[in-house]
Design a protein around this ligand. Sequence first.
Ligand code: GLN
Length: 497
Amino acid sequence: MADLTRLTAAETAARIAAGEVSAVEVAQAHLDRITEVDAKVHAFLHVDTEGALNAAKAVDERRAKGDALGPLAGVPLALKDVFVTQGVPTTCGSKILEGWIPPYDATVTRRLKEAGVVILGKTNMDEFAMGSSTENSAYGPTGNPWDLTRIPGGSGGGSAAALAAFEAPLAIGTDTGGSIRQPGAVTGTVGVKPTYGSVSRYGLVAFSSSLDQGGPCARTVLDAALLHAAIAGHDPLDSTSIDAPVPDVVGAARNGDVRGMRIGVVKEFGGDGYQAGVLERFNESVELLRELGAEVVEISCPHFDYAMPAYYLIAPSEASSNLARFDAMRYGLRVGDNGDRSAEEVMSLTREAGFGPEVKRRIMLGTYALSSGYYDAYYGQAQKVRTLIARDFDAAFAQVDVLISPTTPTTAFPIGERADDPMAMYLADLCTIPSNLAGNAAMSLPCGLAPEDGLPVGLQIIAPTMADDRLYKVGAAVEAAFLDRWGAPLLDQAPAL
Ligand code: GLN
């Protein structure tokens, strides 16, 4: 039989539904693959062998009884360790949550289970999702399966690496400033940030609540759409959840087509600071879209230049308030509680030991930006910039159906290269942050390898709020055309692990 770890999620589900293979066999094949390669890749923080096999067994039993199975029943998935999982450790990549076992499931976790998806375990990430390389994890970095000495992106590097290393056909990420799309770009996988509010944040450990958005990661556009449909939709437990029907992302992914569409190239993303091979692949994608029948025009979004500084005021401000809950009393780690110390002293010792340097930097930045003397000058000003960015999008989408850009200015950089240079690290999200600030939807999908280093390049597609289906319509057309041109999926070119 063909290697089960190489199948797409759609193929896997079809084979299970047809009885050609059992869900348990599929789960076991992936658990074996994890045993084989994850010591090198380190995509997982926790592998839930028993939970995965039990979930798979339940799918097999339902099938044996003749129950209808959903479109992802029995398909294995790697879950970013930022979503809480009942009875299964959730650390968010932080020492401060070490040993914490959540007493409940996030809505995303619950929906996955209800869909019969088999959760293999929890994936590595930058601590509290702060970073672009997964080097900020308290549990050590993850390697990029294309080159283990390079970063797999971040903060969701573990989820993207699990896909690229064929440890799972599906994964879940969260995107606050690019943490689904940037890891997708540098690992040659597909990542989607749905419209803000369309995937529930209930049970998602909060980083920056007005920006955080869970979403699907996969190796194909259709797989991402199937996963998107499984997790999206209104949730009364999340007050920012949108109470409206989810766009038909699966239908769009099955009918990729750009004929007659107007596509805007964001003028501000390109030029200085962009790797030559990234721009070469991007320009090739623009040509491809023209050949496929789209009208491609240049669009200027002048305020995007201020997205980064605005993000690095808003995100740390919200983080400084969200992370106040880690007080040594409620969750995980507690340091120095010898009976003599005050609660404040224990809290301070616990935070000192439990938070890493990037998290401390953000808490300090955010506390400063929110302090009474500076609130208007920093946080208030950043919120105004946010409005201007949303208006740039509105003006752009009055002229075009979707926007495109490179997902990230460079390919995967070497582990360690930017670790001591926060500004260089922050630049990885230059092209992804505007959509978080405005709340609209965006996707990254592979568009080839950069000639100078042979590493994957991501194409970003950006759609208006609640028009997530357009991402899939365009993405599926691009994916099919590239598949035709390359003769095989890009990941087939990745070196064996
Ligand atoms: N890299 C960005 C940051 O460090 C975005 C992270 C994310 O999307 N979670 O904040």
